[in-house]
Ligand binder design. Structure first.
Ligand code: AMP
Length: 307
């Protein structure tokens, strides 16, 4: 039984008020794999060009990420994305998106991935996400989908078709508003859950994340950090922590999803501390456990209501 992850593997160029990166390794699938592999082996589906460093693939393999489903198009270029953050670090502008290999990507699910029990559809063309669902002979226990405004703007119909096939959608607050046409996040959630997913996570950057299911709502804060260096990949890292915890525990109850969003939030808090995937490469189990403890302290309170 396994966790299958689909998502972009990329080169990113990032500008923040604190600095600028050269072309560094990024991509939704990359962040998810780096993060989820702390919890469970990962079977990755993606595509890269001949310019993607072999050493990057090797290091993922060493971490327990199976790359049989990652296509290498020797004569083509890897997906490239560039973005600039505003002073508040919660908003950013996409400066450039060069789909390159991603533009013609047709995923092939290897036979060895057919034991997929948990499927994480990271940010990528919704038609590619759907193709992976369709190639799986047995429906996974839980299908989680991430997406972004880019796909809402160029492939909304496709996105809605994929949405109808998944169990849980993760988006940020502005994407939830764009998808639903509602400003209130509670109204937006109700509308989105009518489009297919029974569960919805709305991420609010430094203001935490909300988990909706029917009339139930749960809130997890983000860790108040003195410095946010680069938020790129925080959403994907959150997704990796969430699905990593679910796949490890094999429990898809609402109660366990509450723990999973705390795990996701804790992992995302590491991601933003350095540029790109840097911080995710450095941390070990002791760091993760200590950070989870900080979260427990952050939200743990006892109240006594007098009569
Ligand atoms: P996040 O900050 O979690 O939204 O994710 C940022 C990552 O998503 C970057 O590493 C980008 O390479 C990747 N990304 C940006 N735009 C797209 C897109 N249109 N499709 C797939 N991946 C993307």
């Amino acid at each position: 039984m396994s966790l299958v992850v689909v998502g972009s593997m990329a080169f990113d160029a990032i500008e923040t008020p604190f600095g600028k990166s050269d072309k560094i390794i990024g991509g939704a699938g990359t962040y998810i794999a780096w993060c989820a592999s702390n919890y469970t082996p990962v079977k990755q589906i993606s595509v890269v060009g001949g310019d993607f460093p072999q050493a990057e693939l090797d290091i993922l393999t060493e971490r327990g990420v199976d790359l049989e489903g990652v296509q290498i198009k020797k004569d083509e270029k890897t997906f490239f994305w560039s973005g600039r953050y505003h002073m508040d670090m919660n908003t950013r502008d996409t400066l450039d998106t060069q789909l390159n290999v991603l533009g013609s990507f047709e995923p092939v699910v290897p036979e060895s991935y057919q034991d997929c029990e948990f499927l994480m559809l990271g940010n990528l063309a919704p038609s590619v996400q759907r193709s992976v669902i369709q190639q799986l002979k047995t429906r996974p226990k839980l299908i989680v989908m991430d997406t972004m405004n880019f796909w809402m703007e160029i492939a909304m119909d496709d996105l809605k078709q994929t949405l109808a096939m998944v169990d849980l959608l993760m988006v940020n607050d502005s994407e939830a508003r764009e998808l639903s046409g509602e400003y209130s996040l509670v109204k937006a959630a109700a509308k989105i859950m009518q489009m297919g997913p029974k569960y919805l996570i709305i991420k609010k950057g430094e203001h935490g994340a909300l988990l909706f299911h029917g009339s139930k709502v749960f809130f997890a804060p983000a860790l108040p950090l003195e410095e946010v260096f680069d938020p790129t990949g925080a959403g994907d890292t959150f997704a990796g922590g969430f699905i990593g915890h679910i796949a490890k525990t094999k429990d898809i109850s609402f109660e366990n999803m509450k723990t999973a969003i705390i795990v996701g939030s804790a992992m995302a808090s590491f991601c933003v501390e350095k540029f790109g995937t840097q911080r995710l490469r450095e941390i070990n189990k002791a760091d993760i456990d200590a950070r989870l403890d900080e979260f427990v302290q952050l939200v743990n309170f006892d109240i006594q209501l007098g009569n």
